[in-house]
Ligand binder design. Structure first.
Ligand code: NAD
Length: 321
């Protein structure tokens, strides 16, 4: 079995590798060649932890496995990350264990890859201003990946906790771009592309605040009850997602769906755009919205890339079981 440590994943899986792995698996999902199994997530009654599994099979790439992990709120006091995950891969022909790969860093790059894929396929090519809502751990990964998709000239941002905005400022500066903290009216009016990546349970940005032609990547809502944008904004946008079933149950579209403002038929798998089966954006005025709910197959795709690269570069430990 191949073992790839967290720090090795950081060394060998960059944004390009994550983008390609996630784009391929979104395409395979839309073509019916890859599917996610039902998610399990439970409060285990110990250490206040939430623990679970995300799993699936990509028949096109022959990637089978699961991501196991969750959230341990007491970890930070122990000098550890609260979110903990590990990916296990199995040989699709025999069921034998194939690889164990650290999943913490990979979760951030695969989530950033998803929104950047949506920006590549759905935002207006002339997009110049990137708007960030959220300034937590994921936000820097999101910004770096997004900036590679268009010739952005400026980043603007808003966060409920303004003391965290320095992360956006530093990340934009690293990329050589100016950053400005703005209110939500300005963010909606000026941004060509908006990424939301927060833990919010209430809408942050409203339909009336967003300009025609904007592309939104809503990445924070991955649980029932969470919400980052107004349900009317979802209803008025052309909505794309990683997986429709998750979009209407745990994703940003859950509220518009439960209020009867949209149906599953209104939501397009982004893989259909990647495969050329859906034309994506059809006009410069259209508002497009990517509901990035986060699927297990994304984790398996980047972990499989990590295992292959680590083996090739002599950076994996290999053990007999
Ligand atoms: P974090 O704890 O580092 O940051 C949380 C962010 O949310 C901060 O910007 C904080 O100011 C903001 N926030 C907290 N409470 C809020 C509230 N009530 N209203 C508005 N904003 C609030 O978290 P992170 O690791 O950056 O993750 C951010 C979100 O992304 C989480 O909700 C996480 O579950 C989600 N996530 C989604 C995926 C996916 O695939 N879609 C993957 C990883 C993380």
């Amino acid at each position: 079995m191949i073992i790839v440590k967290e720090e090795t994943c950081r060394e060998i899986v960059g944004r390009d590798e994550a983008f390609e792995a996630v784009q391929n698996v979104f395409a395979a999902m839309a073509a019916g060649d890859a599917y996610n199994f039902p998610v399990i997530r439970e409060a285990i009654g110990h250490a206040d932890a939430l623990y679970g599994f995300k799993s699936g099979f990509d028949r096109a790439g022959l990637v089978l496995g699961l991501k196991s992990g969750g959230y341990w709120p007491g970890n930070e006091a122990k000098g550890l990350t609260n979110h903990q995950s590990t990916v296990f891969l199995f040989d699709a022909d025999t069921g034998q264990p194939k690889a164990m790969v650290g999943g913490n860093y990979l979760t951030a790059v695969r989530t950033a890859a998803a929104s950047s894929i949506s920006i590549k396929h759905l935002s207006r090519p002339e997009s110049k201003v990137l708007g960030m809502i959220g300034a937590g751990f994921q936000s820097a990964f999101q910004m770096r990946a997004a900036l590679e998709q268009r010739e952005f000239e400026k980043v603007i941002g808003w966060n409920l906790h303004p003391e965290m905005l320095s992360r956006l400022d530093e990340t934009a500066r690293e990329a050589g771009l100016p950053f400005e903290a703005v209110d939500l009216d300005r963010l909606g009016a000026e941004a060509d592309v908006i990424i939301s990546i927060t833990s919010s349970f209430d809408p942050i940005i409203m339909s009336a605040q967003v300009s025609a032609g904007t592309h939104l990547a809503c990445m924070g809502t991955d649980t029932a009850g969470k919400q980052e944008v107004d349900a009317n904004l979802v209803a008025s946008a052309t909505v794309f997602t990683d997986e429709v079933a998750q979009s209407v149950s745990i994703g940003e579209a859950q509220h518009a769906f439960s209020q009867g403002l949209i149906s599953e038929q209104n939501i397009v798998p982004i893989g259909a755009v990647i495969n050329g089966d859906h034309k994506g954006r059809t006009s410069a005025d259209e508002i497009t919205l990517f509901d990035g709910t986060g699927v297990g197959l994304q984790d398996l795709a980047v972990a499989s890339a990590a295992a292959d690269l680590a083996l090739k570069q002599g950076k994996a430990s290999v053990i007999d079981l």
